[in-house]
Design a protein around this ligand. Structure first.
Ligand SMILES: Cc1cc2nc3c(=O)[nH]c(=O)nc-3n(C[C@H](O)[C@H](O)[C@H](O)COP(=O)(O)OP(=O)(O)OC[C@H]3O[C@@H](n4cnc5c(N)ncnc54)[C@H](O)[C@@H]3O)c2cc1C
Length: 459
């Protein structure tokens, strides 16, 4: 980084918006994976015009730009490979919550949970609920098309994006989409930017669709299984039933062992795996719906199927699920969280594959995830300082992706490709589709300035 580029950045941005100290560079060098790499400078734009200025300096000094929300990504997408780390968290204003039109306009750096709370206060509902919502930003959610447990019923972030303001590499401010829920006026550029991982443009504002709140009565279905193939079949049966729940999560026995201290009485010890479902309904319909779903689980062979309506008991059950990620992180220093996704009928076979991979590669592989979407999170708990173990881990990761693809699945359901999965992209995307993706990248970012090194395998 030349002093001239920093001087040029500071011509428009204040001193505290342009950081270069070693400590600051380290702070913005990583995301929620184990990867890290130092940027040369960290900038915090506060307006769209300032984002344009940063891009102008980057073009002039031929510096790559790595956009970052809160850095909770799980594929290395926000890890800067040198250049400028452009942090969006100061563009954090909720510009409007429009009750009449069921929509809101926000800046990209708004924290997801703060937006959810503001929408709730207005008597409305924004469904996307990534597990990182208390920290992640709306821009990061858009760039990764984030999901979460309720994506099973409500869909992922993209379904709620009506329009975007995006700054392109050449400084153009693009407005995509609009304020209507239906819009087939020309190409759907909004969807093109959703899930583009900061490689096509910098999202500065978003217009988001809102819903009325869901029905107020909440129940939880707990189903425990003696073997994973039966659990896998129950996922398909629940997903295809008219009473289907709002979320359909699974936890395998290795995970259950890790959070045994939190295990509520409703979850029996010794199960091969459990399904946890959130069920939302009107008060008069809830008990009946839970009974229907219990019946579905029993008919597929569940050892235990229990509908729970008590608020305290439900809190205990979901607290166990929430305790899982932090508890896994305490076992060993490195936690590799994959999110290979398969069609739901392939789940029983995929779970069997994962069990075989665990044994064949001798790795500490645990499985939980958004089972109703076929979006499993095989997590490998390991120590990146141990080269022997890491070689086995790499073999296991290769095998996980090969198994998912062989079963008609894909590399990622919600974490994106980033750095971690780019070497597998050509296995998952047919050559003509990959070439089309490269042409789009070339069109929007001809000098490869925006998040270079991400998504695409090295040429
Ligand atoms: C504990 C935990 C739980 C999680 N649970 C879920 C889950 O349930 N569902 C899920 O989908 N993900 C989940 N994630 C992954 C992650 O939180 C999401 O991908 C989230 O959307 C990232 O938001 P962020 O603001 O942290 O983005 P970052 O990590 O900062 O960036 C992610 C990517 O988005 C790009 N980006 C960020 N902001 C912009 C912008 N304004 N314009 C253009 N590109 C941008 C970055 O360049 C990068 O490629 C979880 C992560 C953790 C640590």
């Amino acid at each position: 980084m030349t002093a001239a580029a920093v001087r040029e950045l500071r011509r428009v941005l204040k001193a505290d918006q342009v950081l270069t100290s070693p400590a600051d560079l380290v702070t913005y060098s990583y995301d929620a994976t184990y990867l890290s790499h130092l940027p040369e400078v960290v900038v915090f734009p506060e307006t769209t015009a300032q984002v344009q200025h940063v891009l102008a300096v980057a073009r002039e000094h031929r510096l790559p730009v790595f956009t970052r929300g809160s850095g909770t990504g799980l594929s290395g997408g926000a890890v800067p490979l040198g250049g400028i780390a452009l942090v969006m968290t100061r563009m954090n204003r909720i510009l409007s919550v429009d009750r009449d039109n069921l929509q809101a306009r926000v800046q990209a750096g708004v924290v997801t949970a703060q937006f959810q709370a503001a929408v709730r206060a207005a008597g409305l509902y924004y469904p996307p609920d990534p597990g990182s919502a208390r920290i992640s930003t709306i821009g990061g959610n858009v760039a990764e098309n984030a999901g979460g447990p309720r994506a099973f019923h409500y869909g992922t972030t993209g379904r709620y994006v009506l329009g975007l303001q995006v700054v392109l590499a050449d400084g153009t401010v693009l407005e995509t989409g609009g304020r209507t829920t239906k819009n087939v006026t020309g190409y759907d550029l909004t969807s093109l930017f959703v899930g583009s991982e900061g490689t096509l443009g910098i999202v500065t504002e978003a217009t988001l669709r809102l819903l009325p709140p869901p029905p107020p009565a909440r129940g939880t279905l707990v189903a425990a299984f003696a073997d994973l193939p039966t659990l896998g079949r129950a996922i398909g049966a629940l997903a295809g039933h008219p009473a289907r729940p709002t979320s359909l999560e699974m936890v395998d026995r290795h995970c259950l062992a890790v959070v045994d201290d939190y295990r509520p009485p409703e979850i029996p010890a010794g199960a091969a795996g459990v399904l946890l479902c959130e069920v939302l309904d009107w008060p008069e319909g809830l008990a009946r719906r839970l009974r229907e779903l219990e019946q579905v689980c029993r008919a597929t062979g569940a050892a235990v199927a229990l509908g729970v309506t008590g608020e305290q008991a439900q809190r205990r059950i979901w607290a166990m699920r929430e305790a899982l990620s932090p508890a896994l992180a305490r076992i060993k220093p490195t936690k590799i969280s994959e999110d290979a996704t398969v069609p739901i009928a392939a789940i029983p076979g995929f779970l069997a594959d994962l069990d075989a991979i665990r044994q064949r590669h001798g790795v500490d592989l645990v499985v939980f995830g958004h089972a109703g979407d076929g979006n499993l999170h095989p997590n490998i708990i390991c120590d990146e300082r141990d080269p022997d173990e890491m070689a086995r881990v790499q073999g296991a990761i290769d095998a996980i992706f090969a198994a998912a693809l062989a079963r008609g699945g894909t590399l990622s359901g919600e974490h994106g490709i980033g750095l971690l999965k780019r070497r597998y992209l050509a296995q998952a995307v047919p050559p003509a589709a990959l070439a089309a993706m490269r042409r789009l990248k070339q069109l929007f970012d001809p000098d490869n300035m925006l998040n270079p090194g991400k998504i695409f395998p090295e040429a």
